[in-house]
Design a protein around this ligand. Structure first.
Ligand SMILES: [Zn+2]
Ligand SMILES: [Zn+2]
Ligand SMILES: [Zn+2]
Length: 134
């Protein structure tokens, strides 16, 4: 049991490291490929598990892309939102003060307590707009 735990921790830190080097949001498959390229034998299932653990401990953010795929990112601390380019995956971390008070009010008006929310905005960044225009 102790051995398994140690191995899991090692694989988790490898996943965390690969995630920290990724630019913008990446899928579990992409990270699995990166780890493979670095000679790691970590399975895709392990990558998924490690990512889920990182998300639940607040070390990573996850979101669902427009086509339903789960994406992950090593994120800044604290609550924030994302503006993500559909074309290239470039991500900007944004604050949304109006959304915070709106979400709290809506929850309260329905008698809900301790509300949380996930809001990410998808669009096309400047360079990607130019690509489409041509
Ligand atoms: Zn973030
Ligand atoms: Zn873009
Ligand atoms: Zn928020």
């Amino acid at each position: 049991m102790g051995e398994t735990l140690k191995r899991n921790t090692k694989q988790k830190s490898a996943v965390r490291h690969a995630l920290s080097e990724a630019v913008g949001f990446v899928s579990a498959q992409q990270l699995h490929q990166v780890l493979k390229n670095h000679g790691s034998s970590t399975s895709l299932a392990t990558v998924y598990r490690a990512l889920n653990e990182l998300v639940s401990s607040g070390e990573a953010d996850s979101l669902q892309s427009a086509d339903g795929e789960f994406l992950y990112r090593d994120c800044g601390e604290g609550h924030h939102h994302h503006l993500i380019c559909r074309g290239c995956g470039q991500t900007v971390e944004i604050e949304a003060e109006k959304v915070e008070s709106w979400a709290d009010q809506v929850a309260k008006s329905h008698g809900f307590s301790s509300p949380s929310h996930t809001i990410d905005i998808f669009g096309a960044c400047g360079p990607c707009q130019k690509k489409v225009a041509k």
